[in-house]
Design a protein around this ligand. Structure first.
Ligand code: NDP
Length: 290
């Protein structure tokens, strides 16, 4: 028999999650602030609760996927959570996850925070590669793992309830830099006789090859040795990167998306040129925690 569960929140993401549990045969109780969003799911077999209290009372496993940390607080305010297993898939910060965990524990519930690494169309589509980071109660995770794995893959990243959000935001922040770089590249060729469609596969191939930096930087950070010697050293990179800025100026493109990172490389070199010239760019990471 499949674990029955309750889902609070039927936005784009919550609705996608709900459909996968219904399709997999999990008895599902749902609640949404705007009741109309539950109608289609009722036709697909969901039990629609009239209030968060009714939804929470229906099952032991409670999943929430609302807009933000504050909306979760307002939906669950004053409810009896004694003995419940609460899983919060709402995007938040590490501090939000830790605060919700303490809040749940005070109310007698076990807690798991989740960070969804997928868009709604990737939910229930294993080939799309989406998954969810989970952290918090290992017992809750193990007990409900099979239900949690229905919408997307589940990756447990430790008992600190802030670490799911930290992993989520670390990956999304890295993505932000990647998108910024791609945006700058397209701005550079705008107005030239180069189609974005011709640059696209070159960008994809190049960024794939440059993904090695994640592993290389990790080696440097763990060993504390940033030296690379002659291969792409910082002194060369600082000089080379000035051509990025001059090219942007020639093309009439703002350097705003790339210059902060180049400035950081320059700052690292300038702090002690003799010591840092032979490093790779990973040394710049050590300047960020201010
Ligand atoms: P939507 O905007 O589609 O849905 C928001 C949901 O939150 C709705 O159910 C809405 O209810 C509810 N809500 C908002 N404010 C309140 C409140 N004060 N009290 C009660 N309910 C409230 O967002 P998504 O479904 O796309 O996102 C939900 C969560 O999933 C977010 O934290 C988001 O960051 C995360 N997520 C979304 C992804 C995506 O690509 N969509 C990807 C990864 C994570 P109502 O219908 O009444 O407005």
């Amino acid at each position: 028999t499949k674990t029955p569960l309750t889902l609070l929140g039927l936005g784009a993401m919550g609705t996608a999650l709900a459909r996968t549990w219904l399709a997999a045969g999990h008895p599902l109780t749902v609640w949404n602030r705007t009741p109309a969003k539950a109608e289609a799911l009722a036709a697909e077999g969901a039990v629609v609760a009239a209030s968060p209290a009714e939804a929470v009372a229906a099952n032991g496993l409670i999943v929430v996927c609302l807009l933000d940390h504050a909306s979760v607080g307002s939906a669950l305010e004053g409810l009896d959570l004694t003995g419940k297993d609460l899983v919060d898939l709402t995007t938040g910060t590490p501090a939000d996850g830790r605060a919700r965990s303490a809040w749940a524990r005070e109310r007698g519930a076990r807690f798991l925070d989740g960070g969804i690494m997928a868009t709604p169309s990737m939910i229930g589509a294993p080939a799309a590669g989406g998954y969810v980071f989970y952290s918090g109660s290992p017992d809750l995770f193990e007990e409900h793992r099979s239900a949690l794995e229905v919408p997307a893959g589940a990756r447990f990243v430790g008992s600190d309830p802030g670490h799911a959000a930290l992993h989520d935001v670390a990956l999304l922040s890295a993505m932000t830099g990647l998108f910024a770089g791609i945006s700058h590249a397209y701005a550079l060729i705008e107005g030239e006789d180069i189609s974005p469609k011709d640059l696209a596969p070159l960008l994809t191939e190049w960024l794939g090859a440059m993904g090695f930096f994640a592993g290389a930087a990790a080696e440097r950070l763990v060993s504390g040795d940033f030296t690379t010697g002659v291969e792409s050293n910082l002194a060369m990179q600082v000089t080379a990167s000035s051509t990025y800025l001059r090219t942007a100026a020639e093309q009439g493109v703002s350097p705003e998306l790339i210059s902060p990172y180049l400035d950081l490389m320059r700052e690292r070199l300038a702090a002690d040129p003799a010591a840092h010239a032979g490093e790779d760019t990973a040394g710049a990471i050590t300047l960020l925690r201010r």
